[in-house]
Design a protein around this ligand. Structure first.
Ligand code: PMP
Length: 358
């Protein structure tokens, strides 16, 4: 066997483009168009190089404590990481160590199958129904044993949220597996199951600062779960890299959590623009499900998604499109500012007109 045969073969997750040129309307990776809280901006200017000489706190105590206070839970129930991608990756490695397949939908966050493959975790992708909804019975571990369950709620890229009672039903039917609920977009209007982490020791809820807190660039995500789950994650993390989160990130994360009113203001702005965008796109002829996220999952019957995607890109407008059979006519459009959205509607109208007149 050659050394090449021993290299890991993995098809990586493909992140959305990060165009570096100026004057781009960037609606392709679900960032927030508004700046983070004023105190975050202030603090980031304050940092002197002195602090950078020293290692940061491997326990990320200040941020975990701020998040624990924010959610009214004990600090032993919080785990912070470098974006929720890091938190989810540690969760997969921590909880899914059996020969039974873990379960998640066929249309969901495309990173789940990548981690499962990388960590050699068997998995089954369960088709969403024809309306892109989860069928809860498909995930009942007490009927058919599984190695774990991962549900994004709201789901991405569909933007559809299920109720807390709906998610609890799946948790209740899985007493013998860890259930991970990825709530990356929950702040934009969905019901959370975070409180249920007190009731179910096998439930982990994952959140991020990347969307609702306008901090995708700093990389903060966290999880809330039972002390047993959090201790397992800490043991795994400490077996890979103790100092995952740097000093600056920890301080800026705390500053964001402490400014509740700014947070609420930004959420109100984004959700207002989202509802207006949904109506506007529907009026243009798009099919758009109700969204509880900061993006819309839109399809224009008769015009290929790839065509609109490519034409928008020529105009420096970036949205997301996937060459995947069930969703290949859909575009995922992140909600930008009102001014950005106006430009998007105008350009989409022109693109559709041009396609029809070919
Ligand atoms: N979960 C879901 C459902 C997402 O859409 C994303 C964004 N790509 C993430 C997790 C990861 O976000 P981040 O690592 O920036 O916290």
């Amino acid at each position: 066997m050659s050394f090449e045969d021993k290299l890991r073969k993995i098809k990586p997750y493909v992140a959305g483009e990060q165009p570096q040129q100026e004057n781009v309307i960037k609606l392709n990776t679900n960032e927030n168009p508004y700046p983070p809280a004023p105190e975050v901006q202030e603090k980031s200017r304050e940092f002197v190089t002195d602090i950078l000489k020293k290692y940061p706190d491997p326990d990320i105590h200040l941020l975990n404590a701020a998040l624990a206070k924010y959610h009214g839970v004990d600090e032993s129930r919080v785990f912070s990481g470098v974006g929720s991608d890091d938190v989810l990756s540690v969760a997969f490695l921590s909880f899914f160590d059996s020969d039974l397949p873990i379960l998640f939908p066929d249309i969901t966050y495309a990173f789940y199958p990548v981690w499962a493959t990388l960590y050699r975790i068997p998995f089954t992708e369960i088709p969403l129904d024809e309306n892109f909804r989860i069928r809860p019975e498909d995930y009942y571990g007490d009927v058919k044993p599984n190695g774990g369950v991962v549900i994004a709620n709201p789901n991405a890229p569909t933007s559809i949220a299920e109720s807390a009672a709906f998610i609890e039903d799946i948790i209740r039917h899985n007493p013998d597996s860890v259930v991970v609920v990825d709530e990356a977009y929950v702040d934009f209007g969905a019901e959370s199951v975070l409180e249920l982490t007190e009731k179910y020791e096998n439930l982990l809820v994952v959140r991020t600062f990347s969307k609702s807190r306008s901090m995708a660039g700093i990389r903060i995500g966290y999880a809330v779960g039972s002390p047993k789950l959090i201790a397992t994650m800490n043991a795994v993390k400490q077996s890979i890299n103790s100092y995952t989160m740097n000093h600056i990130t920890i301080a800026l994360g705390v500053a964001s959590v402490e400014d509740e009113s700014y947070f609420r203001d930004v959420l109100a702005k984004v959700t207002k623009t989202r509802e207006a965008a949904k109506e506007r796109l529907r009026a243009m002829g798009f099919i758009v499900p109700d969204s509880k996220t900061n993006f819309l999952f839109a399809e224009y019957p008769g015009v290929p998604g790839e065509y609109i995607f490519t034409e928008l890109k020529k105009r420096n407008i970036y949205v997301r499109w996937w060459p995947k059979e069930r969703i290949k006519n859909r575009l995922r459009i992140t909600i930008g500012t009102d001014a950005e959205m106006e430009t998007v509607y105008k350009e989409i109208e022109k693109i559709i007109e041009a396609y029809k007149n070919r």
